[in-house]
Design a protein around this ligand. Structure first.
Ligand SMILES: Cc1cc2nc3c(=O)[nH]c(=O)nc-3n(C[C@H](O)[C@H](O)[C@H](O)COP(=O)(O)OP(=O)(O)OC[C@H]3O[C@@H](n4cnc5c(N)ncnc54)[C@H](O)[C@@H]3O)c2cc1C
Length: 411
């Protein structure tokens, strides 16, 4: 039993870490809370970065917390510090600049960093960007203002957001992806076509099934890229969305189990007592699909932060939630509920494509596991989304094709 005030250390001040700090303070007025981050800002909204990129949202609207908010709550936010290791025997977190932070309970909420473009010509060429942080966004905006052509590379949400930002800023935009269509693990050919058609409406040239072979610079800035299928694509700047690598390297050498993300049980606790993980970095047990997985969504990270903090402070609350995600997709919306990944062999799917508004189409794909609806993906009209969330929560069986197809038109 600690005889001193309880000491909490949190690695990462994203939405998971900051929510955890806030919850700890509410539950324990006397504890000490150190919130550590390598970034230079208090919590900002990553979900708002695409609108800042497009120029429709000013920087101050991206910020969620300021330094004063932390001071008022006696949360010791330490910015621009890189955590280098965790020693679970001594119960201490160490930083690259030699500082030590002893803890009674530790939360790893370190998210992930974007994978860089690794092809010949990329490392010594400027204006090739990842898109994860506020600082990334500021640098991209600066370059967009002096560019005429841009390439968005990748088949994920981040590549789409970059593509949308370039097109909104009236750059001549090419969107190149290796897969046969965008979100290859969640859409099918029809869904892919629906997205391509929307992108084309905004003047984007979409190329599938090809990859960057090399970047050809001129005076240190991109001139064009060569693809493995022999294309040459002009680009003054390149936006890269090739996924993220979860920040688990700080746990190397510790007994904390890592498998992709930091493995936690339904209480978000790792195999080492007193050490928890939350948000993007957590490989957590999802009771809806009855297996561990990672999830890169804002709401999931926020709820994780809350539940982890309750448990760090001595509570015993299981994380049970249906993660949801909505995002603009050019001039329509995309909504994802639960687990919508068809690369899981246990999933069965049905889909519907139909005419929508503004000359676009609506697309809906439903994901079933053991006859239960576990995931929903909707492009275009969101009508019926709330009812479908209730169906996912209900765990009701849908054994026949007719029963499943009826859900495709639920409004
Ligand atoms: C451009 C963009 C758009 C998005 N749009 C949406 C959306 O529309 N809807 C949605 O639901 N989700 C969206 N997401 C995903 C969502 O933002 C994330 O799921 C969420 O922010 C994850 O929060 P987190 O607290 O787990 O991690 P993060 O926000 O990644 O925070 C982790 C922090 O820890 C820091 N850190 C890591 N390692 C160390 C270390 N060794 N030492 C010190 N600090 C460290 C990181 O730099 C970072 O600041 C988007 C993400 C991006 C990048």
């Amino acid at each position: 039993m600690a005889t001193h005030e309880k000491r909490y250390v949190i690695i990462g001040n994203g939405v998971a870490g900051t929510t955890a700090a806030e919850t700890l303070r509410k539950n324990d007025p006397n504890c000490s809370i150190h919130l550590l981050t390598n970034e230079r800002y208090p919590l900002y909204n990553r979900v708002s970065l695409p609108r800042f990129l497009q120029g429709v949202l000013p920087e101050q609207k991206v910020m969620i917390r300021d330094f004063a908010w932390h001071e008022q709550r006696n949360i010791l936010l330490i910015t621009e510090v890189l955590v280098s290791s965790v020693n679970t025997e001594e119960r201490v977190v160490r930083t690259e600049d030699g500082r030590e932070f002893p803890y009674d309970a530790l939360l790893v909420a370190s998210g992930g960093w974007a994978n860089p473009l690794k092809v010949p010509g990329a490392s010594d060429t400027k204006h090739i960007y990842n898109f994860v942080t506020l600082d990334d966004t500021k640098t991209i905006v600066e370059r967009m203002l002096e560019s005429r052509t841009a390439l968005a590379y990748g088949g994920s949400f981040i590549a789409y957001e970059l593509c949308d930002g370039f097109a909104m800023r009236k750059l001549h935009t090419t969107w190149l992806m290796r897969g046969p269509y965008w979100l290859r693990n969640s859409l099918d050919t029809d869904g892919g076509e629906v997205v391509d058609n929307i992108a084309k409406k905004f003047g984007v040239e979409v190329i599938h099934g090809d990859e960057i072979d090399s970047v050809v610079p001129s005076n240190g800035v991109p001139s064009y890229v060569k693809t493995i299928k022999g294309r040459e694509i002009q680009a003054d700047m390149i936006g890269v969305g090739l996924g993220i690598t979860l920040n688990t390297q700080i746990l190397e050498g510790s007994p904390i189990e890592v498998n992709g993300g930091v493995v936690v049980n339904e209480y978000l606790e790792t195999n080492v007592p007193g050490v928890y993980a939350a948000g993007d970095v957590a490989n957590f047990y999802d009771s809806t699909i009855k297996r561990h997985h990672t999830m890169g969504t804002w709401d999931n990270a926020k709820s994780h932060g809350q539940v982890a903090a309750i448990n760090m402070a001595g509570g015993h609350q299981a994380y049970v939630d249906i993660p949801t995600y909505t995002s603009p997709l050019f001039d329509v919306n995309i909504a994802v509920v639960g687990s919508a990944e068809s690369n899981n062999p246990e999933m069965e799917t049905v889909a519907l494509r139909e005419p929508g508004e503004k000359g676009n189409e609506n697309y809906r794909r439903l994901f079933f596991q053991e006859n239960k609806l576990v995931g929903v993906l909707m492009i275009g009209s969101p009508k019926g989304r709330k009812k479908l969330i209730d169906v996912v929560k209900s765990q009701q069986p849908f054994a026949t094709p007719a029963e499943r197809e009826a859900l495709l038109t639920l409004k």
